[in-house]
Write a protein that binds this ligand. Structure first.
Ligand code: DHB
Ligand code: FE
Length: 304
C-alpha cells in the first residue's frame, strides 16, 4: 500500500471530522495545524507499514518521556531547525549580521540574581576545576556600545549538572546563574567554576532514544546567554568550548561557527574574550523573549 491511501475520501473525511475543521467553535489555526499533524502521522504509518505493536510502543514512549521533552527536541534537531528557520526568515527580511543565535536548551531558570560589575557566578564550591574568566563587549550594528543591556548567563558545574535540575541536589538554586546589568560602555566581565561537557541523564528517555538511534547524548562544555537591551533584538545564544572533544559532535546541534572560542588555559584559570553584537529592533519588534514556558525559582538573597 502506498501513501495515496491517506488521500482517499474516507480518510480525508475522518481528518476533517477529527480536526474539527467544519465546526464553528474552536481555534481555526489550531484546527489547520492539527489536521496536518494527524495526516502526516498517518502517512508515516503507511509509508513504513507501522504495526499496531510499534505504534503503541511509540505512544507509550511519548507518554513516559514527557518530563524530558525539552531534552528530546534539541536531540532530534528540531530546536536547531527552529534557529535555521528563523535565520532564513531573517535573511528574507534583510535582517542579517550580529552574533549568531543558537538554541536556548531546556535548562534556563527565571529569577536569577540581578548583579553588576565583575561578577562571580559560582556560589557553590566545585573543587578541582579551573576558574573561567570571561570578558567582552556588547555592541550594536555600527559598533556602538549597547547601553543598559542585561546579560543572562547560565552553565553547568564541573560534573555537567545544572543547578535546579541537578539529580544529586548538591547545588544551591542559582549556582552558575546570574543576570548581569551592564553599564553605558556595554562591557561585561564574570568568573565562575569552569563547566564540563553535559550528558543527558543516564537511562532517561532521551538516552534511550539516542541509544536506539546509535547516537550519543553528549554536548561540549558550553555557556548560555540571553542578551536583552532597549532598542535591540533579544539574542539567545551560547558559546561552546572549541577545544572540547565534542565541539564538532554536539548531540543537540547547538554549536555554530563563530560560537566556538578556545579558552586560553593557564594553570588554575581559563580565559575567554568574546564580543557580542546585537541587531537593532525594528518596526516588527524583536525586543521581546519568546513566550516559551521556563522554569522559575524565587530570587535568592544576593550572593554574588
Ligand atoms: C540539552 C542540554 C543542554 O545543556 C543544552 O544546552 C541543550 C540541550 C538537552 O539535554 O537536550
Ligand atoms: Fe546547556
Amino acid at each position: 500500500m502506498d501513501a495515496s491511501f491517506v488521500k482517499t475520501a474516507p480518510i480525508q473525511q475522518l481528518l476533517d471530522r477529527a480536526s474539527g475543521v467544519n465546526e464553528s467553535g474552536g481555534d481555526p489555526r489550531l484546527k489547520a495545524i492539527m489536521r496536518d499533524v494527524i495526516e502526516s502521522t498517518m502517512e508515516v504509518i503507511v509509508r513504513h507499514d507501522v504495526s499496531e505493536s510499534e505504534f503503541w510502543l511509540a505512544m507509550k514512549y511519548l507518554a513516559d518521556s514527557s518530563g524530558e521533552i525539552g531534552l528530546i527536541v534539541p536531540g532530534i534537531g528540531l530546536e536547531h531547525f527552529l534557529d535555521l528557520y528563523l535565520d532564513a526568515k531573517d535573511a528574507e527580511a534583510g535582517l542579517t549580521g550580529g552574533t549568531p543565535r543558537t538554541i536556548e536548551g531546556p535548562l534556563y531558570v527565571e529569577g536569577a540574581p540581578l548583579v553588576e560589575g565583575n561578577v562571580n557566578l559560582s556560589t557553590d564550591p566545585d573543587e578541582g576545576t579551573q576558574v573561567l574568566h570571561m570578558t567582552g563587549t556588547v555592541t550594536g550594528p555600527d559598533g556602538e556600545p549597547v547601553e543598559n543591556a542585561i546579560l543572562h548567563v547560565w552553565h553547568a558545574n564541573s560534573k555537567g549538572w545544572y543547578s535546579h535540575f541537578d539529580p544529586t541536589s548538591e547545588q544551591t538554586p542559582f549556582n552558575n546563574r546570574r543576570r548581569i546589568k551592564l553599564g553605558s560602555d556595554g562591557r561585561y566581565a564574570f568568573h565562575s567554576k569552569m563547566p564540563s561537557g553535559y550528558s543527558v541523564p543516564p537511562q532517561g528517555a532521551t538516552d534511550q532514544l539516542m541509544q536506539a538511534l546509535g547516537r550519543h547524548g553528549n554536548r561540549p562544555a558550553h555557556v548560555h546567554f540571553f542578551i536583552e537591551a532597549p532598542g535591540y533584538r533579544t539574542l539567545t545564544t551560547q558559546i561552546n568550548f572549541g577545544d572540547d572533544p565534542f565541539a564538532a559532535d554536539d548531540f543537540a546541534f547547538g554549536t555554530r561557527e563563530g560560537l566556538l572560542p578556545v579558552p586560553s588555559r593557564q594553570g588554575d584559570s581559563a580565559y575567554i574574550a568574546f564580543d557580542f553584537q546585537l541587531q537593532r529592533a525594528g518596526a516588527a519588534g524583536g525586543e521581546e523573549f519568546s513566550s516559551r514556558h521556563r522554569a522559575s525559582a524565587e530570587p535568592a538573597a544576593e550572593n554574588a
